[in-house]
Structures are given as structure tokens and as C-alpha cells.
Design a protein around this ligand. Structure first.
Ligand code: J9T
Length: 247
């Protein structure tokens, strides 16, 4: 996959996209990431990319010209490349959206500024608008990093079998079960004995039940759309009726 990022602050990507799993994926040629400075597409010497809002008001608005020309140059007119604006007004970024984006050969992410982007960019240039949650950021850059990370880890070959994305929280539609490592007892707090039992069927069942309980408690909305077996559903009903002790 190739990902292009259009931003006024290329420096904000240097650290986050050059470490850990993303860096490893880049080194192995599984993803190419190019960060472009929007100012390079301005026409004047000062690299002006914003202007005052018509009708008045606070803040500046990103002008359409640099954005249109940058996108046209970067895509070379290929209309199959999704042009994604990161904005609090976009559709909510969830696992399903990450999966959908991971299915494309290329993505172009545009980082907007908090003040705004000329509406003609939304209407005639952008093909998708994504929000990473119900809060405002100073710019779309941190949101672009979130999208790149979530998408890259879904690309074939990026994760090894041990870190497989299939088992990730949200891939299953449920929150993850609790994890423990050594020591067996830390400051008097023991690891649940079932995990030391060596009984793999019992461990798998305990983990599933923990994931179900945790999702019920913290994100009951996820339970509505999760893929539940008839055994899962029976367990959820028993917990709801209070016929099981709390974990
Ligand atoms: C300027 O961009 C934002 O404030 C932004 C972008 C994507 N998601 C958000 N929740 C905010």
C-alpha cells in the first residue's frame, strides 16, 4: 500500500511513523508513506495557504487552490485514490473503517486545521471525511497518525502470527480479556489460577467470558453488533440475570 499525507506540519509525522511496527512495515516494503508539505503547493513566495473567511469571523480558512493542486499532483489524476479529509465532522473511525481502508492500494490523507477548510474542497475534491472521535484537535495530524497505524497493522504480513490482528480487541467485536505475565504473585495480587492450570480449553473459555463481561460493563453498545455464539449469548443472559457471581 502507498499512503500520501498532506499537511502544514510534516515534522509532526517524523517520530510516529518511524518507530515500531510502522517503521518495520516500511523497511520490509509492505507500506510506502510520503509526507507532503502543503506550503510547497502555494503560488506566492510566502507559501500562503490560508485566508480570511468570507462573511467574517475568527480564524483562517485553508484556500482551495493549494489543496486541489497538491492532490492533482500527488495522485497524477488517478480518480481511484480515496482522498480522505481528517475532520471532527467526518464519519467515526472504527475497526470496520480501518479494514475498509486497508483494502485500497493507495490512500491520500489531508490534515485540516482546526479553523476550517474551504467548503469546495469537501464538495469537489475529498471523497471521504473521517473523525477519530468526538473532540476537536488543533489539526488533523494526530488523527492521520491514528488512521495510518490502525490501517498498517491490518496489511498482510505486517504482524507476525504471534501478534495477529485477528485476535485483537475490536476485530472480534469485543473488548480484550485481561492479560498477565510473571510473577505469579505481585505485591500480594495473584494471577487467576486458571491461567496456570495448563488446561487450554478452560483457559480459552475463561478468556471468552472475561471479554464478554468486560464488554457488557464498559461498552454494552459493542455487544449489539458482536459476533456471539449461542454459548456466548447464554453466558451474557446468565450474567444479566445475576445468576453468576461477579468476576
Ligand atoms: C482539525 O482536525 C480535527 O480537529 C480532527 C480530525 C479528526 N478527528 C477529530 N476528532 C478531530
Amino acid at each position: 500500500m502507498r499512503i500520501d499525507i498532506l499537511t502544514l506540519f510534516p515534522g509532526m509525522f517524523q517520530g510516529p511513523l518511524s518507530e515500531s511496527i510502522i517503521q518495520r512495515a516500511r523497511e520490509r516494503g509492505l507500506v510506502e508513506i510520503y509526507v507532503h508539505n502543503l506550503r510547497d503547493f502555494a503560488h506566492d513566495r510566502h507559501g500562503t495557504v490560508d485566508d480570511y473567511p468570507y462573511g467574517g469571523g475568527a480564524g483562517m480558512v485553508l484556500r482551495p487552490q493549494p489543496l486541489f493542486e497538491a492532490v492533482e499532483t500527488i495522485t497524477g489524476g488517478d480518480s481511484s485514490v480515496p482522498i480522505i479529509l481528517l475532520t471532527p465532522q467526518g464519519r467515526l473511525f472504527r475497526h470496520q473503517v480501518a479494514q475498509e481502508l486497508a483494502g485500497h492500494d493507495r490512500l491520500l490523507l489531508i490534515c485540516g486545521r482546526y479553523e476550517g477548510v474551504d467548503e469546495r474542497v469537501r464538495e469537489h475534491l475529498v471523497t471521504d471525511e473521517i473523525s477519530i472521535g468526538d473532540y476537536v484537535l488543533s489539526g488533523g495530524e494526530p488523527a492521520a497518525v491514528v488512521v495510518v497505524d490502525a490501517v498498517v497493522r491490518l496489511l498482510p504480513g505486517v504482524l507476525g502470527s504471534k501478534e495477529s490482528a485477528v485476535e485483537d480487541s475490536h476485530a472480534s467485536g469485543l473488548l480484550e480479556y485481561p492479560h498477565y505475565t510473571r510473577p505469579r504473585v505481585f505485591r500480594g495480587w495473584p494471577v487467576p489460577p486458571v491461567l496456570l492450570s495448563g488446561n487450554h480449553a478452560q483457559i480459552a473459555r475463561w478468556r471468552r467470558e472475561q471479554a464478554l463481561r468486560r464488554t457488557m460493563e464498559r461498552r454494552p453498545d459493542l455487544l449489539e453488533t458482536a459476533n456471539l455464539s449461542s454459548e456466548d449469548k447464554k453466558f451474557v443472559e446468565r450474567v444479566k440475570r445475576g445468576s453468576l457471581p461477579s468476576a
